[in-house]
Structure formats: structure tokens, C-alpha cells
Design a protein around this ligand. Structure first.
Ligand code: GTP
Length: 364
């Protein structure tokens, strides 16, 4: 079905495990898409929408954020449809929509939702899976279902090859796990946008999903929720990647103390796989906020000037398994600065150890 006066807008689903590089890749596309206008739908797992903040600057009004929780657990696709409707309006002049899934989403659920959309102006444009080459073996060992996700993909981006000493082996392994997907290596998500936007028609790729994949959940999930309450809700999603994962969201209007935060980060528990957000160190660096990313044992700070007019806030999301969420919240609270009037010069050294190029690179 082609909408009157124009072609249908492809909707690409961008998935991949926590921290694999989806937002980085999306930002690359936004800067490198030439004349194409990309609309983005961003879905975060934590209560604070860090990813949406990371792409919003580049996009203005053509980003929509789907807030807290995995989109794959939405009961039906109507919420998504509302956003797609907005992005597909001719005056938005969008050429392609990219849905960035949360790092714990079930990609086939998202694909199902796009295919179930009744919007005549859009068409499913394929599933892109991003893989962290450095973490791939560990992630697969913990989540064997990753293999199933790769088998559904149309394009697999094996990202962070700069961090993987055996990137060639990982590439070979990924190639053995995909069905028909193209597999491309990348650093910082730098792939040719053509890989994503020049997609085959939807009919072809429906064949990659089983009938069960596509129809699961169509008999109204709400009935189950209503009858059995929260417990069954968990059961229903027990096979989902996010089962067993907790998140902690932390916000503070008072600056954090850099020494205390680094001590906290250096001693973070094993299960705390992912941290992302922005930190205000107050007088230690009044001009910059510090984006922070931890993925497994990898940790980096990225100083960047505060956007004009931005509220000076620290906002962090922590995601992992077996987390003592109350204790983590309290530990972060204890990182809030006592409000000492000046910053001593050495205070930031611990942070700078994790800023690329600022010192020896201990986290590489
Ligand atoms: N060394 C290296 N780091 C990368 C590369 N790509 C992304 N990163 C870093 O990896 C971290 C996570 O990247 P994101 O793009 O936020 O990952 P994500 O998949 O969106 O994360 P979630 O939304 O939490 O699932 C950030 O610190 C990125 O700068 C890469 O190719 N090499």
C-alpha cells in the first residue's frame, strides 16, 4: 500500500544488548545521513531518558521518547502508532524512522509491533542488531537468546572492534549465527547509512519471523494482566532479556563529589552491568557536564559543555542483575557534595583517569 502522493516511510528497528552502541550509531546516522531526514523513536529501560537526551540535541522535534520500561512489553502497538503517525506527517518531511530499542528489549516484539501498525504511510524497514565485539562472548554466555536475535536480523553491526583484540574471530562467529543478514564491523557505530536505509521490501522479511513470533501477544495480554496481576506479568516476560534486570534512577540538583563518585564506580558490584547519564561536578568543572558510561568493566567519562540554558542536574541510570537497589541509591546519595566552597585541584584526577586523552588510558 502506498500512501497518496508519496512513498511509504521505512521504519528500522535498531536493537542490541545494553551498551553495545545503539545510541552512538544513531547519532552517527543523524550526522551522516546527508539529505535524508531521520525521525527517531527512543525507548529507555530506566526511568530517566538518558538516550533521548543524547539524541535530542541532534534532532529537535523529530525525536520522540517512549519513556520508562521496555517497549516490547507494551500491550499493543497503539502507543507506538501515535508516534509513528506524528513522524509520518508530510510536514515532518521524514525519510526514515529509526526505533532505538532499549538494550533489554526483545527485537521480535518490536518488529511485530511495527508490522502490526495500521498506519498506511509506513513500512517495516528491517532489524539492525548492534553487537559489542569486546563483550560478545560474555553476553552470549549469560544470554543465549542473543543467538535468536541475530538470526532475525537483516543487518548486524559488530561494533567496538577497536576494543576487541580478536575482532576477526568475533566477526566469523557472528556470521555463523546470522541467517541472511549482512555483517559489518564498525568503530563508534560508523557504518554507511546506506546499509540501513536501502532495505528490501517488507514482504521479504516477514518470512524471517515465525508465525508464533508475529502473533504472540495478539490475543489481548491485558486479560492476563487483569486476572492474575503482577506475578503473571513477570511470568509472561520471563523469557525476555530484561527478566531479572533491575534499574536504579538517580537525580540530584546538588553537584556530586568527584572522589566519592569515582570510589563508588571503582567498587561497583559485578551485577551492575550498565551505567549511563550525566554528572554535575559543580565547582570542579563549572563549564562542563560529564557524560558517564559503564558497560561491564569498561568505564568512561566524556566532558562536554553544558547545553545553553540546561538545568545543572546529575541524572544517572544504573541497570543490572541482583542489584540491591536501595543500597545503590543510598551510595549515590552519599556521593553528593557537602557543598565545600572550592574545588581542590586534585579532586578531578580520579575522573580524568577515565577521560580518553586526558591521561593514561587505564580503561582501554
Ligand atoms: N571503544 C569504543 N567505545 C564505543 C564504541 N561504540 C560505542 N562506544 C561507547 O560505548 C558506550 C555505550 O554506547 P551507547 O551508544 O550509549 O550504547 P547503547 O547500546 O545505546 O546503550 P543502552 O541504551 O544502555 O543499551 C559509550 O561510552 C560509547 O561511547 C566503539 O566502537 N568503541
Amino acid at each position: 500500500m502506498v500512501r497518496s502522493g508519496g512513498r511509504q516511510i521505512p521504519v528500522v528497528v535498531l536493537a542490541g544488548f545494553l551498551g553495545s552502541g545503539k545510541t552512538t550509531l544513531l547519532n552517527h546516522l543523524l550526522h551522516r545521513s546527508g539529505g535524508s531526514r531521520i525521525g527517531a523513536v527512543v525507548n529507555d529501560f530506566g526511568a530517566i531518558e538518558i538516550d533521548a537526551m543524547a539524541v535530542a540535541g541532534a534532532l529537535g522535534d523529530s525525536t520522540v521518547s517512549l519513556g520508562n520500561g521496555c517497549l516490547c512489553c507494551a500491550v499493543d502497538s497503539s502507543e507506538l502508532d501515535v508516534y509513528l503517525e506524528r513522524l509520518a506527517r508530510p510536514e515532518a518531511r521524514i525519510d526514515v524512522v529509526v526505533i532505538e530499542a532499549s538494550g533489554l528489549a526483545e527485537p521480535q516484539e518490536l518488529v511485530r509491533m511495527v508490522l502490526a501498525s495500521e498506519h498506511p504511510g509506513i513500512v517495516y524497514g528491517g532489524l539492525v542488531e548492534v553487537v559489542d565485539a569486546a563483550e560478545f562472548d560474555d553476553t552470549r554466555a549469560r544470554h543465549p537468546e542473543i543467538d535468536r536475535h541475530l538470526a532475525l536480523a537483516d543487518l548486524v553491526v559488530v561494533n567496538k572492534v577497536d576494543r576487541a583484540p580478536d575482532a576477526g574471530r568475533v566477526l566469523g562467529l557472528v556470521r555463523s549465527l546470522v541467517d541472511r543478514a549482512a555483517v559489518v564491523p564498525a568503530t563508534h557505530g560508523r557504518v554507511d547509512p546506506e546499509f540501513l536505509f536501502d532495505c528490501r521490501p517488507a514482504e521479504e522479511r516477514v518470512g524471517q519471523l515465525s508465525f508464533d513470533d508475529l502473533h504472540h501477544g495478539e490475543h489481548d495480554d491485558r486479560d492476563d494482566h487483569g486476572e492474575h496481576g503482577e506475578h503473571d506479568d513477570r511470568d509472561e516476560h520471563a523469557g525476555h532479556l530484561h527478566a531479572g534486570y533491575d534499574s536504579v534512577s538517580f537525580a540530584s540538583g546538588r553537584p556530586l563529589d568527584p572522589r566519592r563518585l569515582v570510589r563508588f564506580l571503582d567498587s561497583r558490584p559485578e551485577g551492575l552491568y550498565r551505567i549511563k547519564g550525566y554528572v554535575d561536578f559543580g565547582p570542579y568543572d563549572a563549564g562542563n557536564r560529564y557524560a558517564v558510561h559503564a558497560v561491564g568493566r569498561f568505564l568512561r567519562f566524556y566532558p562536554e559543555p553544558w547545553p545553553a540554558g540546561a538545568e545543572r542536574l546529575t541524572q544517572l541510570v544504573l541497570i543490572g542483575t541482583d542489584l540491591d537497589t536501595a543500597a545503590l541509591g543510598a551510595e549515590l546519595e552519599a556521593c553528593v557534595s557537602d557543598g565545600a566552597p572550592h574545588a581542590d585541584e586534585q579532586g578531578m584526577w580520579g575522573v580524568l583517569r577515565y577521560v580518553q586523552g586526558a591521561a593514561e588510558d587505564p580503561a582501554a
